[in-house]
Design a protein around this ligand. Structure first.
Ligand SMILES: [Fe+2]
Ligand SMILES: [Fe+2]
Length: 315
């Protein structure tokens, strides 16, 4: 486990109290390497519709997932726009691994999306709409703003990922193990590559505080509106929107005392601190254990099962 770094003591550069390029790279944990892992999970008919055990949470993740394949392509594209200007060999290598990881995430979730398409929840129309919207953003945004959007989105996904690990996968206690393994793998790699877009933004794109903040201020309401529309639409198709018991569970899970949104709001807002750095939180709990279990088995389900075993033993 890598200790947190003292990122707030970094020196001031320009308008933003931020780390210089050199210092920025020094904040990456010394033993840190990105690994290209090929997704091998398959999603058969045996996956239950309510795979998480609570309809609201299941459909929250499903709605997010419909945006993943095109979202991941947008992240890759936003960095590719700077490809010829990335000279540092370490960063070149990290970008390659970032692209591979995001490409595999898109593939893995696209496979699961295929299953959602057959559930009669209007997933196809939602997928097409969100995919078109992201394509338009990718095509028409100025490249620096597009990269800043990736930087902001990567902080969002890394925060969510670290929360899942640091809360001992409580969110997946009753989840289908294949889907939980999918999210455990995706979350681990989000934490693993959380500073790659940041480094390109800071070192190559001459990134500034205002643009990255504006990007976060833009994506929070857009993502909120997307989820506020799509989750109820799917739940209505499931005939669960008026199920008081399910809605109560959803409220408790996301907005209740120590709910997901309440937990992740402070670390999301840390992004607005001048001098913020993605490595300020180090690696999440059980990062090393998942990584070594996967290195031994090459199996995402076994890696997740190993972490769950450790969590059970510690309880
Ligand atoms: Fe991803
Ligand atoms: Fe990512």
């Amino acid at each position: 486990m890598v200790a947190s770094v003292d990122y707030m003591n970094s020196k001031s550069v320009g308008n933003e109290k931020k780390v210089s390029s050199f210092d920025s790279r020094k904040l990456t944990p010394e033993d840190h390497t990105l690994i290209a892992r090929k997704v091998e999970l398959t999603f058969g008919e045996d996956i239950p519709r309510n795979w998480q055990g609570e309809y609201f949470t299941t459909r929250f993740f499903d709605a997010l997932q419909l945006a993943f394949p095109e979202g991941e392509r947008m992240f890759i594209e936003s960095i590719r726009n700077y490809k010829s200007e990335i000279k540092d060999p370490t960063l070149v290598e990290q970008v390659k691994k970032f692209n591979y990881q995001e490409g595999q995430h898109g593939l893995g979730h696209a496979n699961f999306n295929d299953l959602l398409m057959d559930q009669g929840i209007n997933a196809e129309a939602m997928y097409e709409t969100i995919t078109k919207a992201i394509k338009l953003v990718t095509k028409h945004s100025p490249r620096k703003f597009l990269l800043a959007t990736t930087v902001a989105a990567e902080h969002f996904t890394a925060t969510l990922a670290e929360d899942v690990y640091n809360t001992d996968f409580e969110l997946f206690d009753n989840a289908d193990e294949t889907i939980a393994s999918l999210y455990a793998w995706h979350a681990l790699e989000e934490a693993e590559h959380k500073a790659v877009a940041w480094d390109v933004y800071q070192e190559v794109a001459n990134g500034d505080y205002l643009t990255r903040s504006l990007a976060m201020v833009t994506i929070i309401p857009v993502l909120g509106a997307y989820l506020a529309l799509t989750v109820p639409m799917i739940l209505a198709k499931d005939k669960k929107l008026t199920d008081v018991s399910e809605m109560k569970k959803g409220y408790k899970r996301f907005l209740g005392k120590n709910g997901l949104f309440r937990r992740i709001a402070p670390p999301i807002l840390d992004y607005f601190k001048p001098g913020f750095h993605p490595w300020s939180t180090g690696h999440p709990k059980h990062y090393a254990e998942w990584k070594s279990a996967y290195a031994e088995s090459g199996d995402m389900k076994q890696a997740y099962a190993h972490v769950r075993k450790l969590i059970a033993e510690a309880a």
